[in-house]
Design a protein around this ligand. Structure first.
Ligand SMILES: [Zn+2]
Length: 471
């Protein structure tokens, strides 16, 4: 029986019974109320405590303090309670201003996520014990205060031209292709008074390093809040943790989606974020596959990781297939390299032999590997060696499999001359240069060191051709 039904029946009761029933209903409703903002204020971690025996707002889910801000920008990953913050922000704003804009990435997002979603506006009002009215056909939501929120699609910036508002909530604005127009029209219409200190808005978004996001988050009137997914880990169900987090963790896209980091280009780095493209191509389609190795301890570097990167070539394109770099004993990395060599039916293993070159080869032989080892001597600076590889990335000829976040981080944050070059990057550079005809070191190679074409069946061709780069 819902409240409306009770109301209908109660019409026939005498007044005393009606009053008693109303009190009882009031009591039941109050019992179910869950206040979002608790009396500990912004210091609270949002976990249940006295008088608030349920999950509620963490400090970072409170609107910014003071009145001198315009935009509250929550930049965070999935599952950090952004929608709940948004619903409650809109509800709070309904106390001050009669007209609020709700802008979703697409039309259906407003309804499905921002309003009817499990943490949306309706749920926020229900938990607060506040009545509401929702007319999906009109995209019009009426709060208990009488204030109205209107839904807009980020795909239709013109729909924001004309209507005026005193506050707004934009969900995923960084991911709206037309955000510049949306933003312009929205700002022009923020003329409805009421909010202390002037119109205010909330943007909830997983970050994207685009021009709008960078510009807006850097503004003085913006209060940027970054929330890592780990803050809300208790609230995420087990399936989500296993399916989504496990898959995304350690990847670049994961950093963006889970940790709420904007992936900024590093000044002076050779590789920029935009250069890295992804592909799901199968290694079986490769003309040639090479395992690049940069062993720990073969040079006077700080890192004790061994770089192991598998790269394939198909026609004029290169595919980074796997990054198995890590901390290994010499025996362990030799076994791993041999395993990858077999798994990918690789043509060769390419290693740098500046120091202890024999040791590298010997390790592989000792581990029982019959991998074809190509030894390359580093004769020039690492940045010089990396340049032709960077050029291939610039030409959009290199693709990465998903899940290569650590390698990509090292690529886009290494600045030549500042710190040692990372082993993963070195292994990648050796592998791609090798597949590209060894061009960067070509002047130092003899004729017999040219790569043999890929044997039709490596198993039938177990000759250990050790090709040595010359001084
Ligand atoms: Zn609290």
């Amino acid at each position: 029986m819902d409240f409306e039904e009770i109301e209908q029946r109660a019409k026939h009761w005498d007044q005393r019974d009606q009053i008693r029933a109303a009190r009882e209903l009031e009591r039941i409703r109050n019992q179910n109320i869950q206040h979002w903002y608790c009396d500990r204020g912004r210091r609270c971690d949002g976990k249940p405590h006295e008088n608030y025996p349920y999950k509620h707002a963490r400090g970072d889910q409170w609107p910014p303090a003071g009145q001198d801000w315009f935009l509250w920008f929550i930049m965070s990953g999935r599952g950090t309670g952004k929608t709940r913050s948004g619903g409650n922000f809109a509800r709070k704003m309904s106390q001050y201003t009669p007209r609020i804009a709700l802008i979703g990435r697409r039309g259906p997002d407003v309804r499905q996520t921002m309003i009817e979603g499990p943490s949306g506006l309706i749920r926020s009002c229900e938990l607060a014990g506040e009545s509401y009215d929702w007319k999906p056909a009109l995209k019009e939501f009426t709060f208990q205060s009488g204030a109205k929120a209107f839904g807009y699609s980020g795909e239709e910036p013109d729909s924001l031209r004309g209507p005026e508002h005193g506050a707004f909530w934009a969900d995923e604005p960084s991911h709206m292709p037309l955000i510049e127009e949306v933003w312009y029209n929205l700002l022009l219409g923020l003329r409805v008074p009421g909010v202390p200190g002037g119109a205010k808005g909330l943007a909830t978004s997983t970050p994207l390093p685009n021009e709008w996001t960078k510009r807006i988050s850097a503004k003085e009137s913006t209060r940027l809040v970054r929330v890592p997914t780990s803050i809300n880990i208790d609230n995420l169900d087990q399936t989500y943790r296993e399916n989504v987090i496990a898959v995304l963790e350690g990847t670049r896209i994961g950093q963006q989606e889970l940790e709420g980091l904007i992936l900024e280009d590093v000044e002076g780095s050779l590789w920029k974020n935009y250069m890295i493209q992804h592909s799901t191509v199968d290694f079986e389609e490769m003309d040639k596959v090479v395992v690049g190795v940069d062993p720990a301890g073969t040079a006077n570097r700080k890192s004790d990781e061994t770089g192991i990167v598998v790269v394939g070539r198909r026609a004029k394109e290169f595919f980074v297939l796997q990054d198995a770099s890590g901390k290994y004993s010499p025996q362990a990395w030799a076994q791993e390299v041999d395993r990858l060599y077999r798994a990918y039916k690789a043509n060769s293993v390419v290693v740098e032999t500046n120091f202890g070159g024999d040791m590298v080869k010997q390790n592989l032989v000792n581990s029982g590997s019959d991998a074809l080892v190509v030894e390359r001597r580093a004769t020039r600076g690492k940045d010089v060696r990396a340049e032709p590889v960077v050029a291939l990335y610039e030409q959009k000829r290199v693709f990465h499999k998903d899940g290569l976040g650590r390698l990509e981080n090292e690529m886009t944050t290494w600045v030549p001359g500042v710190g040692a070059s990372p082993n993963r990057v070195d292994a990648l550079v050796w592998a791609i240069n090798e597949l590209n005809g060894g061009t960067s070191e070509a002047a130092f190679l003899s004729a017999r060191s040219l790569m043999p074409s890929r044997p039709t069946n490596p198993r039938l061709n177990p000759i250990k051709a050790l090709i040595q780069g010359r001084r």
